[in-house]
Design a protein around this ligand. Structure first.
Ligand code: MG
Length: 367
């Protein structure tokens, strides 16, 4: 790995909450990645909705395949910029561990249930999963990950929550930035969902090629694909077009970030933390990304089929929350033992950890 001086360095990590011996085989960020892959919540991502509910079809993205795509995009960007590939991989694979079943509809519903009890935010929940809820290590709670991986997982945080989090919350109070690796994963996440949601949208017949032509970047890439492959099927046209869009956007991100790094001349990770965000799209590409997000919001996320799914998700989550709130002893034993927190928080932990199909089956049984 060709690490630049401003990259995160596994040999200079700010460490783990519980001190551990170093490994002779793997660096600290590789160990983090491996712990994440072996966690229970990572396996559950396979049965959690990204946009389309898992049982609607086997070819759509789920949280697991989304996380793998984010990891792949992040590693490519990190390699180009001389940042730590193992760290971006660990952050990317963990970034959605705290997501509820049923995607954003599920998170909104759980947040509403928790409105009077501190709310629910999937980002903070991802950190709670790796710090606290994973429970198969005998020596400590959670996965005991390095500061750098935890810093990358906690993308946003309110001031109130930041105060309660100690070291990891400090940057939200001080207004400083996380590592470049964390910044890379944040934007790789956007690149991944902008493109795969369009792809799944076409696959599900919610979108067609004609409607996508209103997106300037899509249209430009589609034209060049049609010239090169005049006999391509619609499926091939969509795939080739999305490939080109992603290549264009990733290249733009690398070039634009490289320029900003060269201008700033950071000498170490502390310079990165004190500077403005250095991983950015050019302003033209930032506008393209905004246009894709807006298009997806109107044409996919607000589509009647998706809205029906969201209504069903809300009903399922609310039913489960009220069922356990009515009688806390209905929770499994290992959750009832988490006495440090208020019952509502523990119920939210339990529901957030469920897969789509488990939540559906349980709510049908208790309704
Ligand atoms: Mg994500």
């Amino acid at each position: 790995m060709n690490l630049k001086p401003y990259a995160a360095n596994d040999l200079k990590s700010l460490g783990r909450i519980h001190k551990e011996d170093v490994s002779s085989l793997r660096n600290e960020f590789q160990r983090d990645r491996d712990r994440i892959i072996h966690s229970t919540s990572f396996r559950r991502l396979q049965y959690k909705t990204q946009v389309f509910v898992n049982h609607e079809g086997d070819m759509f993205r789920n949280r697991l395949t989304h996380s793998i795509e984010v990891s792949q995009i992040s590693r490519g960007i990190a390699r180009t910029l001389g940042c730590h590939e193992d760290l971006v991989e660990a952050i990317a694979l963990a970034h959605d561990l705290g997501h509820t079943p049923f995607g954003h509809a599920g998170q909104d519903a759980l947040h509403d249930c928790m409105r009077n009890f501190g709310g629910f935010e999937h980002n903070l929940q991802s950190l709670r999963v790796v710090d606290y809820l994973e429970s198969h290590y005998a020596a400590h709670k959670g996965l005991n990950l390095t500061f750098e991986t935890r810093e990358g997982i906690l993308k946003h945080c309110s001031r109130t929550n930041a105060k309660a989090l100690g070291d990891i919350g400090k940057r939200f109070l001080a207004g400083t930035r996380p590592s470049l690796e964390a910044q890379i994963v944040n934007l790789a996440d956007e690149i991944a969902y902008c493109h795969h949601d369009i792809d799944d949208g076409v696959r599900s017949n919610i979108l067609d090629l004609k409607s996508l032509e209103e997106l300037q970047l899509f249209n430009a890439c589609l034209k060049s694909v049609r010239i090169r492959y005049p006999k391509a099927s619609n499926e091939q046209l969509v795939h080739e077009t999305i490939r080109r869009m992603m290549q264009h956007i990733i290249q733009d991100l690398c070039e634009s970030s490289q320029r900003q790094i060269e201008k700033m001349k950071p000498q170490c990770i502390d310079d990165i933390r004190a500077a403005n965000h250095l991983i950015n799209f050019s302003s033209k590409t930032a506008r393209d990304i905004q246009a894709i997000k807006k298009f997806a919001a109107v044409n996919i996320y607000q589509h009647p089929r998706i809205l029906t799914m969201s209504d069903h998700a809300r009903h399922t989550i609310t039913t489960l929350f009220n069922y356990f709130l009515h009688d806390f002893t209905r929770l499994p034993e290992d959750y009832r033992r988490l006495k440090k927190d208020k019952p509502e928080r523990i119920i939210a932990d339990y529901i957030a950890g469920m897969t789509d199909r488990y939540a559906l089956a349980l709510s049908a049984r208790v309704a």
